[in-house]
Design a binder for this molecule. Structure first.
Ligand SMILES: Cc1cc2nc3c(=O)[nH]c(=O)nc-3n(C[C@H](O)[C@H](O)[C@H](O)COP(=O)(O)OP(=O)(O)OC[C@H]3O[C@@H](n4cnc5c(N)ncnc54)[C@H](O)[C@@H]3O)c2cc1C
Length: 369
């Protein structure tokens, strides 16, 4: 299956409603239905389990292409795809329990979740949602936020902090949407990525069981691919715009102005190294386990290059670029969400800088006097 080709076709289809989705902030359920019926959401599921067997590189390329059509749809789908990709790799490494999740995905169920509590924010290593040990599992109560895909999730996964006599610990669990006590609340009204349906999730004494880990690389690479995909779409738009626009009184298109030439160069010198770093990380992962600081570097460089590049695109197009009837202002807003995802800019810099200076990531105290 040509997943990148399919992503390109779907991107073209989704582009038709992307502005309306952004304007209204509605969740594009019909796009997710298309991703289901075309098998796109089964892309990383192993072939023997009924999926597409796509590796990290293919998923990244496909997601970049999809992001150029509807960034919200691509980012929301990413919250499903990175988890499934992680499980597929674990399954290939002999972790048999990953099979359950993969079979659910192969059966076209939508899987996503939230590691973010309103109270603990970015610190995904802890959770302010307590899990109380009971016979056969845990009971979870509390509220999480930023759960992309919430309107259509079939399976929710998330974290809670184990409390009580057992001592502290982070519990990763999965639940069916109709689990008793689980509900989703529409709180998503943002400036960027308005169509991702990243609602709150409320737990009212919900019973859970099950753990697992290994998501960092899949999350960071696929997420970076989405934001670089948005920036690529914006760059192509800006290049076309200045190449096709000749102002009255000029004999050559705007592209022949030095400012445009230099802007195009600035965009390429931001995007190409970021794209190359992502490609290199994907290739390195085939034979080695990347350090957390290396993954943080890929994510930091990628999402910040995307922001810088789209800023420059807006400078190239000038005033027309801020009109809502053109897609550039939407990409300019959407791309700004990139640095917020974990590790956010400060978190990434801390990880990279400490690794560079030989300071353990969990050094205590965290900072010197
Ligand atoms: C479009 C979008 C979709 C998302 N979808 C999902 C999803 O599906 N699932 C999911 O789990 N998450 C999702 N997220 C959430 C995201 O991954 C973050 O967890 C979330 O944005 C919380 O970030 P925050 O900036 O509010 O964090 P906060 O922790 O509240 O941080 C606020 C600020 O304080 C700083 N800060 C925090 N802690 C420290 C510290 N110890 N020392 C110094 N400074 C600190 C941060 O750098 C930041 O600038 C999504 C985010 C976006 C933007």
């Amino acid at each position: 299956m040509d997943w990148v080709g399919l992503a390109g076709e779907l991107a073209e289809e989704f582009a038709a409603s992307a502005a309306e989705v952004d304007r209204t902030g509605r969740f594009p359920t019909e796009n997710i239905e298309r991703l289901k019926e075309t098998g796109y959401l089964t892309m990383p599921v192993p072939v023997e389990l009924g999926g597409g067997g796509a590796d990290l590189e293919t998923v990244c390329r496909a997601q970049s292409a999809l992001a150029g059509g509807c960034a919200s749809t691509a980012l929301a789908a990413n919250m499903h795809l990175f988890g499934i990709g992680t499980a597929a790799e674990a399954f290939a490494d002999g972790e048999a329990e990953a099979r359950i999740l993969l079979e659910l995905a192969a059966n076209r169920l939508v899987i996503g979740g939230s590691f973010t509590d309103a109270a603990t924010g970015l610190n995904v290593r802890v959770s302010a949602t307590p899990a109380r040990k009971v016979e056969g599992g845990y009971v979870v109560s509390g509220r999480k936020s930023f759960c992309s895909l919430a309107p259509v999730l079939d399976i929710f996964y998330g974290t809670a902090s184990v409390v009580g006599a057992e001592g502290a610990g982070l519990l990763l669990f999965a639940l069916p949407r109709d689990a008793q006590g689980l509900s989703f609340v529409d709180t998503w009204d943002t400036v960027s990525m308005r169509g991702t349906g990243s609602w709150d999730v409320v737990f009212d004494d919900v019973f859970v069981h099950r753990p697992n880990e290994r998501m960092f690389s899949w999350f960071a690479c696929t997420l970076t691919a989405v934001y670089l995909g948005i920036a690529r779409a914006a760059a192509e738009f800006a290049y076309r715009f200045v190449s096709e626009r000749t102002l009255t009184g000029m004999t050559q298109p705007l592209a022949r102005q030095p400012g445009m030439v230099f802007s195009a160069a600035e965009i390429e010198t931001a995007l190409q190294p970021a794209e190359a770093l992502l490609d290199q990380a994907i290739r390195r992962r085939r034979t080695e386990v990347l350090a957390a600081a290396d993954i943080a570097t890929v994510k930091y460089v990628g999402v910040n290059a995307a922001v810088a590049a789209v800023d420059r695109c807006l400078r190239m197009t000038g005033g027309l670029g801020i009109y809502r009837r053109l897609p550039l202002e939407r990409w300019w807003r959407d791309v700004r969400a990139g640095p917020i995802h974990p590790p956010n800019n400060d978190g990434a810099l801390e990880a990279i800088g400490k690794a560079t200076l030989g300071i353990p990531p969990d050094a205590d105290p965290r900072w010197g006097d």
